[in-house]
Design a protein around this ligand. Structure first.
Ligand code: NDP
Length: 419
């Protein structure tokens, strides 16, 4: 019996909500709250008669703490699931602290306005000190550790697939497979085809900011930054086949470098097709990825926001996406004094996801772990107070839940390594 407030009603939230409603004995009451209430109402209507979960809806601007506090105080949830955008992480965490309620999200904080001089000062200092220049990092949310711990609350950060499941895979490898982990390669392959020349699989603004940024990896205790898309490898993915993949900066590298003691190198690779890269480069070159407003016919517009309005809504890709995703981690290290390699991953089929929850596999592979993370918190399997990332918790019940609710684990004890 639990009451959960879910903020956001986009591609990922749609999957998480539908999955919560499949477990209606745990998620007995849900309030779906978002900026556009009509989307919440439409989802409630679509789920009518299919679940015992009692669903209510609300309008909220999650950039405004006061609105959030009012909603949380009136609904009185045990948990707030933030499945809106990373821009809202801090206001929602503040509201959770004020209302004394647990918190979780699927992506770490980044500001919407990267020209804000206050933020920029801190960002530039961090770039110099840490050596990576991504707009997102954990420092903003880690600054809440003591506040959550003192309040006796848990904040679970980044509980999607990557970040999220990839960190549970690391915790699992550490617990069951290795005495020492030397290297971790996280491989994110989307072998799906939606038939458009160019579209993003999740929020275009967040996605394009991430992939157009310089890449970086963790090696021997520090960050190594490289120009965007400058390290390319080919890999033959189980059930997908041969793909080009590129080294990206990714948020879980930062927390894994802290939590997997002794690890020497952590890298993250994502597959991209040539058409995606050519379009992205062209859009970048003409200034369409800019986050700074420009004047157009007497009014200000933000180019990347305008581009978002032109691109297909990721939530609409479901019916037309065919193929599979394959996401997982390859480890090297030692067990019982011997060298060892190990690959743990999941393969997910876009059309199977669509049949089940009317979504493509990118939203599915994020929404299912979000539901499973909420399940861990609500059932008390994960109850450490403070602000934590997934690898800090026991991976076993979470991986069991993923196996049961749609993202089964596969293992390979002799994987081909990435050079
Ligand atoms: P969408 O753009 O599809 O959905 C975002 C939702 O948040 C929309 O319903 C939007 O409302 C709502 N929203 C935006 N701003 C506000 C606000 N100020 N107040 C209230 N609601 C707001 O995004 P996705 O579903 O694709 O992504 C959701 C999250 O998941 C993102 O943080 C993304 O980074 C993360 N993600 C994580 C992954 C992982 O593996 N960990 C992978 C993929 C995504 P409206 O409808 O009005 O626009």
């Amino acid at each position: 019996m639990s009451r959960v407030l879910i903020i956001g009603c986009g591609g990922v939230a749609n999957v998480a909500i539908r999955k919560c409603c499949q477990l209606d004995d745990v998620f007995t009451e849900i309030c779906i709250a978002s900026r556009t209430k009509e989307k919440c109402d439409a989802l409630k209507e679509a789920l009518k008669g299919k679940t015992k979960t009692v669903i209510t809806t609300a309008k909220v601007d999650a950039d405004k703490k006061d609105e959030l506090v009012e909603l949380i105080n009136s609904y009185k949830p045990e948990l707030v699931m933030n499945i809106a955008l990373p821009y809202q992480d801090l206001t929602i965490m503040d509201a959770c602290l004020e209302c004394h309620v647990n918190y979780m999200d699927t992506a770490n904080y980044e500001p919407e306005d990267t020209d804000d001089p206050e933020w920029r000062k801190i960002y530039e200092k961090r770039c110099k000190e840490q050596g990576f220049s991504a707009y997102f990092d954990y420092s903003w949310q880690w600054a809440y550790r003591e506040k959550f711990e003192k309040a006796g609350l848990t904040a679970l950060l980044g509980c999607g697939f990557d970040p999220g499941v990839t960190q549970a895979y690391c915790a699992y490898a550490k617990k069951h497979q290795f005495d020492e982990i030397d290297t971790i390669d996280i491989l994110d392959c989307n072998g799906g085809d939606h038939g458009y020349a160019f579209a993003t699989n999740f929020n275009p603004e967040v996605n394009l900011r991430e992939v157009s940024a310089p890449g970086s990896y963790w090696e021997n205790g520090h960050w190594v930054e490289i120009p965007a898309m400058s390290i390319k490898r080919e890999y033959n993915f189980d059930e997908v086949g041969q793909k080009d993949m590129y080294l990206l900066h990714h948020e879980e590298i930062e927390s894994l470098a802290e939590n997997i003691k002794g690890v020497k190198r952590i890298r993250f690779f994502m597959t991209f097709g040539q058409s995606y890269l050519t379009h992205m480069k062209c859009l970048e070159n003409v200034g369409m990825l800019q986050t700074t407003p420009v004047m157009f016919e007497g009014r200000e517009i933000v180019p990347i926001k305008f581009l978002k309005a032109l691109l297909p809504d990721p939530a609409s890709l479901g019916p037309r996406t065919h193929g599979k995703t394959n996401i997982g981690c390859i480890f090297t290290g030692k067990k019982d004094g011997k060298d060892k390699t190990y690959y743990i991953y999941n393969v997910c089929d876009h059309q199977e996801c669509y049949k089940e929850v009317e979504s493509q596999a990118i939203s599915y592979t994020t929404g299912v772990p979000a539901m499973c993370g909420a399940l861990m918190l609500l059932t008390g399997k994960w109850n450490t107070k403070g602000v934590h990332t997934v690898e800090e918790f026991d991976p076993d019940p979470f991986i069991d839940a993923l196996n049961k609710y749609g993202l089964p684990t596969r293992e390979n004890n002799a994987p081909v390594l990435v050079d």
